[in-house]
Design a protein around this ligand. Structure first.
Ligand code: SAM
Length: 268
């Protein structure tokens, strides 16, 4: 039986460690608006508590130390840093990262400057994050963006002494790349899988279903953003839970964005 109250308490105890990582990332990658969004955590508290997905991931890194790791949605490496900055020994650790690098442009100096300029001219002010360019427009530059993105992830990880030679990067739409990976390696199992790629309900559900059979015994799935106001991911999570109820135990962590956790039951 999962003790949600105890798990939540343990997750909250990672706050200083995770905030210190965020501070370092803000310094290292000052153009990425994501790290800047953690400057004033008072604003991010819900019912007086600051609780972020990175803390859930960090708790898993600290307590479970998964060895075989799969991530859909790596962005600039934040969730890998949350997990792997808890490790001292990287022998036998393997990571497979799936991303289509849609957000790279929004993490650049030009996007930051352009966003600031636009904000200045915009009386209504606030824009949630840096301006991005759609992957459709960037299609001709995909290999350049892929290389720049992967380099950024590697640099960010290196700052935390996390080796990047443990990571296999697979670039492209997860709806295609994940099934194609498992078609070649049908028996692969992972101790930890983060599903944090596309946030449209259709893709998120497909991602969850594509990885469900590849979770090792006692392995964990983390599904991000189930509380996000403008996404349907709670509905996706509820549907996934119903289909997979015999295979996993579930809890939800009630933080700002909301995180679903699925723990693989013993495979008889
Ligand atoms: C929310 S960000 C991931 C954040 C990261 N997990 C972290 O915590 O730092 C979502 C990532 O998913 C990627 N993504 C979005 N749609 C995707 C798709 N269909 N296939 C693969 N990756 C996708 C984006 O490029 C982006 O890097």
């Amino acid at each position: 039986m999962l003790d949600k109250a105890q798990i939540t308490k343990d997750i909250v105890s990672t706050t200083p460690f995770v905030l210190s990582n965020f501070r370092l990332l803000r310094k290292l990658d000052p153009n990425d608006h994501y790290w800047a969004s953690f400057t004033d955590i008072e604003k991010l508290k819900v019912n007086g508590v600051f609780l972020e997905t990175a803390m859930v991931v960090s708790w898993i890194g600290n307590t479970h130390k998964p060895k075989r790791i799969l991530e859909i949605g790596t962005r600039t490496g934040g969730s890998l840093i949350a997990l792997l900055s808890n490790y001292q020994d990287f022998r036998n650790i393997e990571v497979v990262s799936f991303d289509m690098w849609r957000e790279y442009v929004s993490t650049t100096y030009f996007s930051k400057k352009f966003t600031e300029l636009k904000n200045k001219n915009n009386e209504n002010g606030e824009i949630a994050g840096n301006i991005n360019v759609s992957e459709k427009k960037l299609k001709p530059f995909f290999s350049l963006i892929r290389n720049l993105s992967i380099n950024k992830v590697k640099n960010n990880l290196a700052y935390f002494n996390i080796p990047s030679d443990i990571i296999t990067f697979i670039s492209g739409d997860s709806k295609r790349t994940v099934p194609s990976y498992f078609e070649k390696l049908p028996n692969e199992k992972f101790d930890y899988i983060l599903v944090d790629g596309a946030h449209d309900a259709e893709t998120a559900f497909i991602d969850l279903q594509n990885i469900a059979d590849h979770v090792a015994e006692k392995g964990i799935i983390v599904f991000d953003d189930i509380n996000f106001m403008n996404s349907d991911l709670m509905g996706v999570w509820v549907r996934f839970k119903e289909i997979q109820k015999n295979n996993f135990d579930f809890i939800e962590i009630d933080c700002r964005k909301g995180v679903g956790l699925a723990f693989r039951k013993d495979i008889a």
